[in-house]
Design a protein around this ligand. Structure first.
Ligand SMILES: Nc1nc2c(ncn2[C@@H]2O[C@H](COP(=O)(O)OP(=O)(O)OP(=O)(O)O)[C@@H](O)[C@H]2O)c(=O)[nH]1
Ligand SMILES: [Mg+2]
Length: 423
């Protein structure tokens, strides 16, 4: 089952730095006194194992973290914006909707990913005092918080998977205990893709169950539908191993051993998964005798007798499975001494800006980042303009312009402003 949702996220903008001066009795010519702006809030996504779908987000058009507050006088910092933590189900993959880049694959309980980073607060004018200018009228604007459109995809990770040879009754089992309606037929490989359903034991006990395509000897090396679905099994916590006890198709003991050998061949981890062993088709005449032999061969193995066709013996299997899933979950939780925080950086490798030669001593600096900065500059203020020019210089714009051939007196277009170039 795959679920897709698109949602926009926007981290908070940084607060502006303050321009302020000391006005106190004993400091008549008070120095710059403006505090820094607060950081904008981040947008995080976190796995919540109580969530099972992305439905909640389907009607959420955008998610926004709080902006940082502006800096204040007396060097007081603006408050940082609150972060937003979006809870999503286990198995959520987060992509940049624009280019499909994978930003986070949330496959572990408590996993957290930083998806949009809040803008830094601007520095207050106290930071800009120089010997040339001890009373700067300039403070930095806050940085804009990151924003992007996300494509979320949920790959429902089944808690338990039904495995066994073809035609043992796996899909019949799923269809009886869940709302799933998989195809059922008397020929092998009826199931080609896993089907998924939710087993609801009672109001607050449930788990996700998937049937699997039938396994055969050699599946571990890719025979039959081989690797395709062994990959799915890897993500489940518990396996329900179904055996056809009628023995019509093959000897049940041999069947049980072949499947286990194939699991092990594919991946040693699969062998370690808890297995609930189910003797199915107990309504068939020959099943009793086969079961006796099977039990003799594995005296210590707990075997659940069922007839999926007659809906018999299924509850015991479901409760045992539920308990095994809970145990497996607890083990995972114990492994997590600390919450795992994975930070993904989505910034592309694109340079911050590009220089275009428009000819006739005119140049254009193309950059989203610089355009956004320019929007916040008051070009009527010499101080603001000067600081903006310094920022461009620090970013390497001057250098790149020079390399491209710009010379003093040329005109440089930045956003909707025209500036004179000085070498
Ligand atoms: N007698 C009997 N027949 C059953 C029982 N459960 C399933 N069957 C029959 O066995 C055949 C195969 O059932 P499926 O549920 O499709 O088996 P499967 O394991 O999903 O098979 P694949 O998808 O091919 O791997 C069908 O004809 C079912 O009606 C049972 O408890 N008793
Ligand atoms: Mg099937």
């Amino acid at each position: 089952m795959i679920d897709f949702v698109k949602v926009k996220v926007k981290a908070g903008d940084g607060g502006k730095g303050a321009v302020a001066f000391r006005h106190e009795k004993y400091y008549p010519n008070g120095g710059p006194f403006g505090g820094d702006g607060g950081r904008g809030g981040n947008v995080y996504f976190e796995v919540d194992t109580n969530e099972t779908t992305l439905t909640k987000l389907r009607f959420t058009k955008s998610i926004k973290a709080e902006d940082g507050a502006n800096g204040m006088t007396k060097k007081m910092h603006g408050k940082d914006g609150e972060d937003v933590i979006v809870k999503v189900p286990l198995g959520t993959m987060i992509r940049n909707a624009k280019n499909g880049d994978l930003l986070a694959d949330l496959t572990k309980p408590h996993q957290v990913a930083l998806i949009a980073k809040g803008g830094k607060g601007g520095l207050g004018n106290q930071h800009f005092a120089t010997s040339r200018n001890s009373a700067p009228e300039y403070a930095q604007p806050g940085e804009i918080g990151q924003s992007l459109e996300l494509q979320l995809e949920l790959r429902l990770l089944a808690d338990a998977g039904l495995i066994g040879f073809p035609s043992v009754g796996k899909s019949t089992f799923l269809s009886v205990v869940t709302n799933a309606r998989p195809q059922i037929a008397a020929y092998p490989f009826t199931t080609i893709e896993p089907n998924i359903g939710v087993v609801q034991l009672n109001e607050d006990q449930s788990f996700v169950l998937a049937d699997m395509p039938g396994l055969i000897e050699g599946a571990g090396e890719g025979k039959g539908l081989g690797h395709e679905f062994l990959r799915h099994i890897k993500r489940t916590r518990v396996l329900i191993h179904v055996i056809d006890m009628s023995g019509f198709e093959m000897d049940p003991i041999e069947a049980y051993e072949i499947i286990n050998a194939e699991l092990k061949k594919y991946d040693l981890e699969l062998e370690k998964k808890t297995q609930i062993v189910v003797a199915n088709k107990m309504d068939e005449e020959s099943a009793k005798e086969n079961l006796e032999r099977f039990k003799e061969a594995y005296p210590d193995l707990k075997v659940y007798e069922t007839s999926t066709m007659q809906h018999k013996g299924l509850d015991a299997v479901l409760y045992a499975t539920y308990d095994a899933i809970q145990n497996a979950r607890e083990e995972v939780e114990e492994d997590k001494t600390k919450e795992e925080i994975v930070v993904y950086h989505y910034e592309g490798k694109r340079p911050d800006f590009e220089i275009l030669n428009l000819g006739n001593h005119r140049w254009k600096v193309e950059s989203e980042k610089i355009d956004r900065l320019a929007d916040q500059v008051n070009f009527d203020s010499a101080e603001d303009t000067y600081q903006f020019a310094m920022t461009l210089k620090k970013m390497g714009v001057d250098h790149k312009l020079f390399e491209a051939g710009a010379r003093s007196g040329d005109q440089v277009i930045v956003g909707s402003y025209i500036m004179d170039y000085q070498e």
